[in-house]
Design a protein around this ligand. Structure first.
Ligand code: GAR
Length: 203
């Protein structure tokens, strides 16, 4: 069974979607840890409510050492790291040890509205400001380039002229909650291969 660590910074609604799929029996994996870079993240409460071990490594205390600390705590104990609304940038050794074993969900169609400084509501503010007709969400592998790893799955969502960042965020979150568990399932079913900067998904 695939053992995962889920990293969160805030509400944790994507974490909840993963928990729900596991509890329904449609995702055959175990969440070993939920880790946050903020003690206040509501995602930690969601994890505790389901008996999952939590770790809070406040970024104000650990500063540049959060990634190394996470690696120390989980190395050898998980097969996949899932960034589910984790808003710090992972760096250092963890990216090498977990090469091709870290995925992230981003609330836009990468490469649009992505990269350093583009997270959370800022992504939707930029999309609404630009007047794009479609946005969406992307699950991608994580490497040294912010939001630059291989794209695993994307889902498209229409953007309407009357949208605000908040209404768009809400529409996209509905799709995120389906896309992230789907990505984990593909990996757990060993259907994903990475080659030449692309993901290949077998039937
Ligand atoms: C989600 O929309 C996720 O895509 C985004 O933060 C939100 C977290 O919501 N992540 C990023 O912007 C990463 N660059 P949640 O805490 O309710 O899952």
């Amino acid at each position: 069974m695939l053992r995962i660590a889920v990293l969160v910074s805030g509400s944790g609604s994507n974490l909840q979607a993963i928990i729900d799929e596991i509890e329904k029996g449609s995702l055959n994996c175990e969440i070993k840890y939920v880790i946050s870079d903020s003690e206040k993240a509501y995602g930690l409460e969601r994890a505790k409510n389901h008996g999952i071990e939590t770790i809070a490594l406040d970024r104000k205390i650990y500063k540049g050492k959060v990634s190394d600390e996470i690696l120390n705590l989980i190395n050898g104990q998980v097969d996949l790291i899932v960034l589910a609304g984790y808003l710090s940038i992972l760096n250092g050794e963890i990216l090498r040890v977990f090469r091709n074993k870290i995925i992230n969900i981003h609330p836009s169609l990468i490469p649009s509205f992505s990269g350093a400084g583009m997270y959370g509501i800022k992504v939707h503010e930029a999309a609404v400001k630009k007047g794009v007709k479609y946005s969406g969400c992307t699950v991608h592998f994580v490497n040294e380039e912010v939001d630059g790893g291989e794209i695993l799955l994307q889902e498209v969502v229409p953007v309407f002229v009357e949208d605000t960042a908040e209404t768009l965020q809400k529409r996209i979150l509905v799709e995120e909650h389906k896309l992230l568990p789907k990505a984990i399932k593909l990996i757990s079913d060993k259907k994903v291969k990475i080659e030449n900067g692309k993901c290949y998904i077998s039937k």
